[in-house]
Design a protein around this ligand. Structure first.
Ligand SMILES: CCCCCCCCCCCCCCCC(=O)SCCNC(=O)CCNC(=O)[C@H](O)C(C)(C)COP(=O)(O)OP(=O)(O)OC[C@H]1O[C@@H](n2cnc3c(N)ncnc32)[C@H](O)[C@@H]1OP(=O)(O)O
Ligand SMILES: Cc1cc2nc3c(=O)[nH]c(=O)nc-3n(C[C@H](O)[C@H](O)[C@H](O)COP(=O)(O)OP(=O)(O)OC[C@H]3O[C@@H](n4cnc5c(N)ncnc54)[C@H](O)[C@@H]3O)c2cc1C
Length: 664
């Protein structure tokens, strides 16, 4: 059956041009061409083979990760890949590794917080990987509460050095990726103390290991924190612990772009907002949002192809059974995830734009949009990673029993992805940042200050607080204004209710703590509005290609109406819509599922994933699932022998015992 496309019928049904959709998904023809070329390069290189990852011991997995990283670096140099191509190469190799933190956090931290001189010195080493760095912020005792970190950096004016110290066990750095076994350097976040005064958290570049033999430098204790969830999965990463015993570093290894300590030990605060010390997190949260659509689309691609291959029930007189993708329940679970993958793609594109914009403004000393950029990156990181982690697990269930096999690709994808709900900010803690931002915005509504950007809708409070949806028939829910108004009214009303409840407390902070759960829900409503509005904005762009826009339109309204259905309680209790209108939204949703159905396989083909990248028997491009499941089963080490190891010691005696008992 090799070579036959079992999904050909599905592909023939498509009502749009997949090649054009591939360009939309990639963001541009250029981005598509780069991704396509690099994905094939990775897939054809045996060093990047990954189908046996689950069977490797932790040590073997880690060593093979080092090999892949070294080989990737060699290929980048040999092929003279530029930054974009190198990034795609790492992406398609698809194995969490120290390089993610080196390129993803260490380098950006120095770029964002180092002076020009510091950048020149450290980036020239880091860019050539003559040093390898990580981002050492979290401690055993504190992760979310960054202000609560305990590691100290005390200035010693006698020697012009900082003394980095771990005063307690809970002050040990704990979690940084790449720290455990690889990094030679770290950006360490510590409390800056000079002249006996504590100036709070600042970043310092600290060398951890010898560049000659890789042994830890004196007074540094460092190691791996242990095995994490799942076979293979995130265990290729050496998340580490780190303790300092009065380790000395030169003063100029404090990252001094924002604030400085002089030779005399005087602290010179920055004239820019001190929150910029959190800048690396804003950057990484933005990349995590862009990455959410990768992970979700991957799971959806597997579940969609397999749902078209899999048949259950419905056969009459020995005829062919029903493809499970034809069941409305399957569609109701799968298609909103397909729509979410596209929605997150477009909101990720927009967030990248927002980040670039705020970076340019900051460079020109315009800090006005920083709070919004923080709220958007925090809130969307939280929203998209939660939905993606839940979505991957849903895709596993959509694949029935076979989804639970490692070779479906879904268990490992889930185990690799799910910590995204925690790292770079716990998802609840991050929504509370959005809630604080919303409460501030609501409080300013009467002050004449006009809300802008993603909170501009709050400026129309007079209308949005009292409007009633004008939807009268199912098709009215395809009107962007009707959808936006419902989402805006819901978000605003939830935020205003929280603000009103807050005002009942004499102590605002105490009130905030009391209302945490409601505040998180209001923040989520605001973030969902952002995603819906950016999808609608995408549709207003000039999108060419046969039938492409129609498909995107369907997906956009599936995303919005599915959210409306899922959060119906919010929409009804805030009186934004009536039960009748909710029922019309459901009718429309069912109709959209019917329209998407013939296009579903082509819509996941548009992700342009290679079989290597998917690493899934169920998600194979050719749909040839069953023979390949057998092939994988035969490869399992348990099938190396017909009679298992341990039979003579542990099975035979039991069986014999039972036999004797049975005869009695
Ligand atoms: C191919 C490539 C694909 C890439 C694909 C992805 C790759 C990705 C691989 C990932 C691999 C794992 C990488 C994990 C790497 C870690 O996990 S690194 C560690 C990350 N740690 C965290 O995120 C900690 C979370 N905690 C925090 O961010 C902060 O402490 C909190 C929660 C925001 C609280 O801050 P706080 O200063 O204690 O308190 P708060 O009063 O709330 O804030 C003070 C002010 O600062 C503002 N503020 C707070 N944070 C910020 C900020 N970040 N910016 C601006 N302003 C801020 C607040 O709004 C507030 O403003 P005002 O109201 O005063 O005006
Ligand atoms: C795979 C992985 C990789 C990581 N990589 C790095 C790295 O490279 N560098 C690094 O420095 N760190 C790294 N981290 C650490 C990560 O950033 C932290 O774990 C994360 O910020 C969450 O902090 P925490 O562990 O202290 O959670 P906690 O804050 O202890 O959270 C525990 C619970 O308390 C709740 N909670 C906490 N505070 C509040 C509050 N104010 N209000 C309401 N609820 C609250 C949370 O919602 C959560 O349910 C990594 C973590 C993981 C899992």
């Amino acid at each position: 059956m090799e070579g036959i496309d079992h999904l050909a019928d599905e592909r023939n049904k498509a009502e749009f041009d997949v090649e054009d959709m591939k360009i939309v998904w990639a963001g541009s023809r250029h981005a598509f061409e780069v991704s396509d070329r690099i994905a094939r390069l990775v897939a054809s290189d045996p060093v990047f083979e990954k189908s046996n990852r689950a069977r490797l011991s932790r040590k073997e997995l880690f060593k093979s990760t080092l090999r892949k990283c070294a080989h990737a670096f060699k290929r980048i140099i040999e092929l003279r890949l530029n930054e974009e191509e190198a990034g795609r190469l790492r992406h398609f190799i698809d194995q969490p590794a120290y390089v993610d933190l080196h390129w993803g956090m260490f380098v950006p931290a120095i770029k964002g917080q180092g002076t020009e001189e510091q950048q020149k010195k450290w980036l020239s080493l880091a860019n050539k990987m003559q040093i390898i760095g990580c981002y050492a912020q979290t401690e055993l005792g504190h992760g979310s509460n960054v202000q609560g970190l305990e590691t100290t950096a005390t200035f010693d004016p006698k020697t012009d050095e900082f003394v980095i110290h771990t005063p307690t066990q809970t002050a040990s750095k704990w979690w940084p990726g790449g720290l455990g076994k690889v990094s030679t350097h770290a950006v360490v976040y510590a409390r800056l103390i000079t002249n006996g005064k504590d100036y709070g958290i600042h970043g310092f570049i600290v060398q951890l290991r010898s560049l000659e033999d890789h042994s830890p430098l004196p007074n540094i204790t460092v190691g791996d924190i242990g095995t994490k969830m799942g076979n293979g999965a995130y265990n290729s990463m050496d998340n580490g612990f780190l303790m300092f015993d009065h380790v000395r570093i030169p003063r100029d290894q404090m990252l001094m772009r924002l604030s400085k300590v002089t030779r005399e030990g005087e602290y010179v605060p920055s004239d820019v907002p001190k929150q910029l010390v959190y800048g690396t997190m804003v950057y990484v949260r933005q990349t995590i949002v862009a990455d959410a659509s990768n992970a979700l689309s991957r799971a959806v691609c597997i579940a969609t192809r397999y749902s078209a291959v899999r048949r259950q029930f419905g056969a009459h007189n020995g005829g062919i059974e029903t493809q499970v993708i034809d069941y409305k329940t399957q569609q109701n679970r799968l298609f909103p995830l397909l729509a979410s993958a596209y929605a997150f793609r477009f909101v990720g594109e927009w967030l990248k734009w927002l980040y670039t914009d705020v970076t340019e403004r900051l460079a020109a000393s315009d800090f006005a949009t920083l709070p919004e950029a923080h709220a958007c990156t925090a809130g969307l990181k939280s929203l998209t990673t939660t939905a993606t982690a839940d979505g991957i697990e849903e895709c596993r269930k959509l694949c029935g029993g076979h989804g639970y096999l490692w070779c479906s690709g879904l268990p490992e994808l889930f185990a690799v992805y799910v910590p995204a709900c925690t790292y770079e900010g716990d998802n609840v803690v991050l929504q509370l940042q959005v809630a604080r931002f919303l409460m501030k915005t609501v409080a300013q509504l009467g002050s004449g200050k006009v809300p802008v950007g993603t909170t501009a809708y709050m400026g129309r409070a007079a209308h949005l607080l009292q409007c009633r949806s004008g939807v009268q028939k199912a098709e009215d829910w395809l009107n962007p204004d009707a959808v936006l108004e419902a989402f805006e009214a819901r978000a605003l009303r939830m935020a205003v209710t929280c603000a009103k409840n807050l005002s009942k407390f004499e102590n605002q902070e105490q009130g905030f703590q009391e209302l945490l759960a409601d505040l998180v829900e209001a923040a989520i409503a605001h973030c969902q509005l952002i995603v819906v509005s950016k999808f609608i904005a995408k549709l207003e762009q000039d999108i060419g290609g046969k039938g492409v826009k129609k498909q995107l339109n369907n997906l956009c309204y599936i995303y919005a109406l599915y959210l409306l259905h899922k959060h119906l309680g919010d929409f009804l209790s805030t009186n934004c819509i009536t039960p009748k209108q909710a029922s019309l939204a459901n009718d429309q949703l069912r109709s959209l599922y019917t329209q998407v159905r013939p296009n579903a396989v082509a819509l996941v083909d548009a992700f342009n994933y290679t079989d290597h990248y998917l690493n899934s028997v169920l998600g194979r491009y050719d749909g040839n699932v069953y023979p390949k499941l057998f092939e994988e089963a035969w490869k399992d080490p348990l099938n190396d022998s017909v009679v298992p190891d341990g039979y003579h010691e542990y099975l035979r005696p039991v069986l014999k015992q039972q036999l004797r008992t049975a005869r009695l």
